[in-house]
Design a protein around this ligand. Structure first.
Ligand code: GAP
Length: 458
């Protein structure tokens, strides 16, 4: 991590918004919380699901060369011997309090971090993996680990997937799931947790094409963040130095994001070479090679691995979306979340609690709920209700007023432009659909009007 970034959203404000509005709570808060574990509340769970869906759509559903997987968290303990996690993390470690690189204490010469010179923690005989026991007896023979990455589930299923999916090289697997790391240093809200979620791709390629696919995935994955609304200037690529490369990696780039505490890794893209398939073949005794129909030879593919964190993506999206401004003399906090990601797509707001208005509003609400996550809110002034929706990133508010009872029309107000239009209820879904799919303009019915919040419609 680099120096704190001036001008970025204040993390304290973001944490407060997340707790106040039900995005994220400290885990087991009534007992004082549990360090670096977090619970996603009613809005957080929606945003998180939308992130995962957007990723799955982009890397699995819209592609012909990718398939999905959902492997178990607990795996045969030999997995972690083969992967290098058991050995690699069992040494006495010190960690840099500043850049979070870990070093075997016998490798460190002098007092400071060999990379950035920062202060180091005391040495710990430390394995990052959480240990538990399978079955009723707590003995060495029954030790299993909570996976520290989802990747291994894909490597050990290589043969199963090749045989059942009939995919030919190059092809990949994608997996979203929980991973656990007993991190030495934690903090910065959900940036570094002990329980978190990963979205990982293992893309299997002919060895001689690794460079092409490595570059391809770096570009593809960077574009994904930009498409979801993250500003280009808040993203950068950083190549790993030889010293920081993981034991399995031939080459690695991080997609860094400019978080409030500075530039830090959002996603890592590694060329893992044939390390994993060779290791698992040797430890399991099962050949994990691929029969190449073209050359009539068995080859061990190389693996390109774009590995992203759901929680870090969540945090980056919130940082990028957060904005404060003044509307009609009042501070307006708004999350400019991409409509695909917004936890609530539409809020339905009857102007008063009069029975006939409420009944029409509920009817509209029930209909919209067939398509989207909808919020119904009839408490306090309309201005207050708009602000509440802005603060959680709802792209559209639909207001039902007394006129609606007569002309069957409603007002739609757009979060980002503050434009308001009036549309027949029969056209409402079509209008919202077009807008949620990225149309720049509202579909105005003949004679429709458009005006800004705060102005009076004529
Ligand atoms: N399979 C490769 C792998 O796990 P990594 O760089 O250790 O690589 C990949 O992790 C991604 O997982 C990171 O870029 C980050 O987004 C996320 N991640 C890793 N450790 C995390 C933690 N303690 N808390 C939250 N996210 C984490």
């Amino acid at each position: 991590m680099t120096e704190p970034a001036p001008g970025r959203v204040d993390m304290v404000k973001l944490v407060s918004l997340c707790q106040r509005r039900g995005f994220i709570f400290p885990s087991s808060e009534i007992y004082g919380g549990l360090s670096s574990c977090w619970d996603y509340g009613p809005l957080g769970v929606e945003l998180k699901q939308n992130i995962k869906q957007a990723w799955w759509r982009a890397v699995v559903r819209e592609r012909d060369d990718m398939v999905g997987l959902d492997a178990s968290i607990l795996m045969h303990p030999r997995t972690w011997e083969a992967s290098g996690h058991l050995k690699g993390f069992a040494d006495p470690l010190v960690e840099c309090k500043s850049c979070h690189l870990r070093w075997r204490s016998d490798e460190v010469k002098g007092d400071g971090c060999p990379s950035c010179g920062g202060e180091l923690t005391e040495p710990h005989l430390f394995n990052l993996m959480f240990k538990t026991f399978i079955g009723p007896i707590e003995e060495q023979a029954s030790v299993v680990y909570l996976r520290p990455e989802t990747a291994q589930g894909m490597f050990v299923n290589f043969e199963n997937v090749v045989n059942t999916s009939r995919k030919r090289l190059p092809f990949g697997m994608a997996q979203i799931g929980k991973a656990f790391r007993n991190e030495i240093t934690t903090g910065n809200f959900i940036f570094r947790c002990r329980e978190f979620e990963q979205m990982e791709i293992e893309f299997f390629v002919r060895p001689e094409t690794d460079k092409h696919w490595f570059d391809y995935w770096i570009e593809e994955r960077t574009n994904w963040y930009v498409k979801l609304g993250i500003k280009k200037e808040n993203l950068r690529l950083r190549q790993h130095t030889k010293e920081e490369l993981a034991h399995y990696a031939k080459e690695c780039y991080d997609i860094d994001y400019l978080f409030p505490m500075g530039w830090a890794e959002l996603e890592g893209i590694a060329n893992r070479g044939d390390f994993d398939l060779v290791q698992h073949s040797s430890f399991s005794g099962k050949s994990l090679s691929y029969y190449d129909e073209e050359t009539k030879q068995h080859i061990t593919p190389y693996i390109i691995e774009p590995s992203a964190g759901v929680d870090r993506t969540f945090l980056a999206l919130l940082c990028d979306a957060y904005d404060e401004g003044v509307v009609e003399g009042e501070t307006r906090v708004v999350l400019h979340l991409h409509p695909d990601l917004a936890p609530i797509k539409v809020a339905v707001l009857p102007l008063s609690r009069r029975e006939n208005l409420v009944s029409l509003a509920k009817e509209v609400c029930t209909d919209l709920r067939r398509n989207w996550m909808v919020n119904y809110d009839d408490a306090q002034s309309i201005g207050r209700r708009y602000r509440r929706q802005d603060e959680i990133g709802t792209p559209f508010c639909v207001t039902i007023d007394f006129q609606s009872l007569e002309d069957n029309q409603v007002t739609v107000r757009e979060r980002d432009s503050l434009n308001q239009i009036r549309v027949p209820i029969s056209e409402l879904k079509k209008t919202l659909q077009a807008k949620l799919e990225g149309e720049d303009l509202f579909v105005l019915p003949p004679g429709g009007k458009i005006w800004k919040e705060g102005e009076v419609s004529k």
